[in-house]
Design a protein around this ligand. Structure first.
Ligand code: PGA
Length: 253
């Protein structure tokens, strides 16, 4: 049985003070045992706050990571942060290929695959985001879009690499819009993703956690996480308030 993972993606939000309060609130809420033992919880923070997050989360069961990672190890790449730098602060996860990176910062499938490889090389679990635009869903090409995004990683790293990774299916039209995919719509794509992986390696398909992301909140998480191929969520807006985030952490199988 796969564990559930609820991961927060803070994006470009927070301050030292607000993050302190948020993490204290989450830790407090987790301390009463209301989050199931088979649910893992993580937060992905802006780079600059990672040392602060590390300090606050030392010795707790709340994991943390970054929102991106450089595909390069070192060199003349102004403004970038490498996997070895993230290792210095014990990051467990790095989000790669978030739709905002793809659309606002022009990251291509190949860039995402290189970032995925860089994370794995440094023992950091990539959270690989894939998902279709609204017009792609309307054109009926959702499956070919997510297949293409996944193939970029499988072609570079091999399907076995997904055993140490997390996939987040995030329909772009559902991110930050309040328009969640229905549990069945999400399950259908999750089953397609797992089936595609299973065709190459069934044990990897059984093992890989596939999260849903896109306007998840305390009111819809239960139904979404109850679907057989949905193993938790990648949470944006609702990860910024302890109570909202905790409600999602308490949902699920
Ligand atoms: P949202 O963001 O929960 O605010 O829709 C999800 C994401 O971007 O990962």
């Amino acid at each position: 049985m796969r564990n559930t993972l609820v991961a927060g993606n803070w994006k470009l939000n927070g301050s030292k003070a607000s993050i302190t309060e948020l993490l204290k609130g989450i830790l407090d809420g987790m301390s009463d045992g209301s989050v199931k033992s088979q649910t893992d919880v993580a937060v992905c923070a802006p780079y600059i706050y990672i040392p602060h997050v590390q300090e606050l989360l030392q010795g707790t069961n709340l994991a943390y990571g970054s929102e991106s990672i450089s595909e390069h190890d070192s060199g003349a790449y102004t403004g970038e942060i490498s996997g070895s730098m993230l290792n210095d602060f014990d990051c467990k996860y790095a989000i790669v290929g978030h739709s905002e990176r793809r659309t606002l910062f022009a990251e291509k499938d190949a860039d995402t695959a290189n970032k995925f490889a860089a994370a794995r090389k440094h023992g950091i679990k990539p959270i690989l985001c894939i998902g279709e635009l609204l017009e792609e869903r309307e054109q009926g090409v959702t499956e070919s879009v997510v297949a293409r995004q996944l193939d970029a990683v499988i072609d570079l790293e091999g399907v076995e690499a997904l055993a140490d990774a997390v996939i987040a299916y995030e329909p772009v039209w559902a991110i930050g819009t309040g328009m969640t995919a229905s549990p069945q719509q999400a399950q259908d794509v999750h089953a397609f993703i797992r089936g595609k992986i299973a065709a190459l390696n069934s044990s990897v398909a059984e093992k890989v956690q596939i999260l849903y992301g896109g306007s998840v909140n305390g009111g819809n998480a239960d139904e979404l996480f109850a679907m057989p191929d949905i193993d938790g969520g990648l949470i944006g807006g609702a990860a910024l308030k302890a109570e909202d985030f905790l409600a999602i952490c308490r949902a699920g199988k």
